[in-house]
Design a protein around this ligand. Structure first.
Ligand code: CAA
Ligand code: NDP
Length: 278
C-alpha cells in the first residue's frame, strides 16, 4: 500500500510513523522543509522509545526508511490512500482537497484527520465524494487505540470498508459515526476542556487543582488543562468554533480565556506555554 500523509505536525508525524510501522510505503508532505525535519526527528524519538520497550517488529531505521519526506503535492499521484492532517481550518483544508482531487490517481481514497470540520463539505471540495472519508486518529497516535471513522453524505461502502480495514492493519480499533459537528469524540471531550478553561477564568481553582481533581477524582490520565495544552489551544478553539457555529447552541461558546490565550500566541505545549510552561 502506498500511504500519503499531508502535514508533518504532531498528528501527521504520528500517522506516518504508525503507517510505516505497519509496513506501508509512506510519503509525507508539508509546506516547508523545516517542518519535515522536525517531524522526522519526532518520529525518530518515538521509534527509539518503542524499540527500547521491544514494541517494534522491525528496527527504527527500517521503519524510517519506509517514509519519504517531500514538499511536493505531486508526490501523492500514485497513493492508494492520502490522510490530511494540516491546520484545523475549513478554507485551508478545502483548498488543499481541491488540488489533491486533481493530483491523486482517480481510484485513490482521500481522508481527513480533522477534529470537527464537516467531512461532507471537504468531500465536495475534493471532487470525489464517494472516495472521501474522515479518518480521525487520536493524539498521541503511536499510543492511542481509537480511529474514529466518519462517513460523509456520499461516502461509498467500499471506501468505508477500505479505511476500516486499513485502520485495523495499523493495529487500531476503528469505530464509526456519522458526520455531525465534532463527531462523537470532540462533541463530548471539547466542552469539558472548555469548561475547565472557564473555571480558570472565573477563579474557581488554580489550574493544578482543576487538573488534580479530574485526574484523582475521575481517573482521567491527564487533567483537562494539561490535555488542552497537549492538543494545542488553537486546535481547541477551532473545534469549539465549529461546534458553536454548527450546532447553533450557546452551550458550545468558546471560553473568552481560550480565545485570549490563542490571540496571545499561548498555544500550549507546541509554543512552549499554555496553562503550563514547557
Ligand atoms: C483533539 C482531537 O481531535 C482528538 C484527540 O486526540 S483528543 C486527545 C486524546 N488523547 C488523550 O486523551 C490522551 C490522554 N493521555 C493519556 O492517555 C496518557 O497520558 C498517555 C497515553 C498520553 C501517556 O501515558 P502516561 O502513562 O500518562 O504518561 P507517560 O508516563 O508520560 O507515558 C508513558 C510512556 O509512553 C511514552 N510516550 C509518550 N508519548 C509517546 C510517543 N508519541 N511515542 C512513543 N512513546 C511515547 C512516554 O515516554 C512514556 O515512556 P516511559 O514509561 O518509558 O517514560
Ligand atoms: N492535536 C491533536 O490532539 C489532534 C489534532 N487533530 C487534527 O489534526 C490536524 C493537525 O493537527 P496537529 O497535528 O495538532 O497540528 P500541528 O500544528 O502540529 O501540525 C499541522 C501541520 O500542518 C502544516 N500545514 C499547515 N498548512 C498546510 C498546508 N496548506 N499544506 C501542508 N501542510 C500544512 C503545518 O505547518 P505550519 O506550522 O506552517 O502551519 C504543520 O506542520 C488538525 O485538523 C487537528 O484538528 C486530530 C486529532 C488530535
Amino acid at each position: 500500500m502506498h500511504f500519503g500523509v499531508i502535514g508533518a505536525g504532531q498528528m501527521g508525524g504520528g500517522i506516518a510513523q504508525v503507517a510505516a510501522q505497519s509496513g506501508f510505503d509512506v510519503t509525507v508532505q508539508d509546506v516547508q522543509q523545516e517542518f519535515l525535519d522536525r517531524g522526522r526527528a519526532t518520529i525518530q524519538k518515538s521509534l527509539s522509545k518503542l524499540h527500547e520497550k521491544g514494541r517494534l517488529s522491525s528496527t527504527p531505521d527500517e521503519i524510517l526508511g519506509r517514509i519519504r519526506f517531500t514538499t511536493e503535492l505531486t508526490a501523492f499521484a500514485g497513493c492508494d490512500l492520502v490522510v490530511e492532517a494540516i491546520v484545523e481550518n475549513q478554507q485551508v483544508k478545502a483548498g488543499l482537497f481541491r488540488q489533491l482531487g486533481e493530483v491523486v490517481k482517480p481510484d485513490g481514497i482521500l481522508a481527513s484527520n480533522t477534529s470537527s470540520i464537516p467531512i461532507t463539505s471537504l468531500a465536495t471540495a475534493s471532487g470525489r465524494p464517494e472516495r472521501f472519508i474522515g479518518m480521525h486518529f487520536m493524539n498521541p497516535v503511536p499510543l492511542m487505540q481509537l480511529v474514529e471513522v466518519i462517513r460523509g453524505y456520499q461516502t461509498s461502502d467500499a471506501t468505508a470498508q477500505f479505511v476500516t480495514e486499513t485502520a485495523e492493519r495499523m493495529g487500531k480499533t476503528p469505530l464509526s459515526c456519522n458526520d455531525f459537528p465534532g463527531f462523537v469524540s470532540n462533541r463530548i471531550l471539547m466542552p469539558m476542556l472548555n469548561e475547565a478553561i472557564q473555571c480558570v477564568m472565573e477563579g474557581v481553582a488554580e489550574p493544578e487543582a482543576i487538573d488534580g481533581i479530574m485526574k484523582l477524582g475521575m481517573n482521567h490520565p491527564m487533567g483537562p488543562l494539561t490535555l488542552a495544552d497537549f492538543i494545542g489551544l488553537d486546535t481547541c478553539l477551532s473545534i469549539m468554533e465549529v461546534l458553536h457555529r454548527g450546532l447553533g447552541d450557546d452551550k458550545y461558546r468558546p471560553s473568552p480565556l481560550l480565545r485570549k490565550m490563542v490571540q496571545a500566541g499561548l498555544l500550549g505545549r507546541k509554543s512552549g506555554q499554555g496553562f503550563y510552561r514547557y
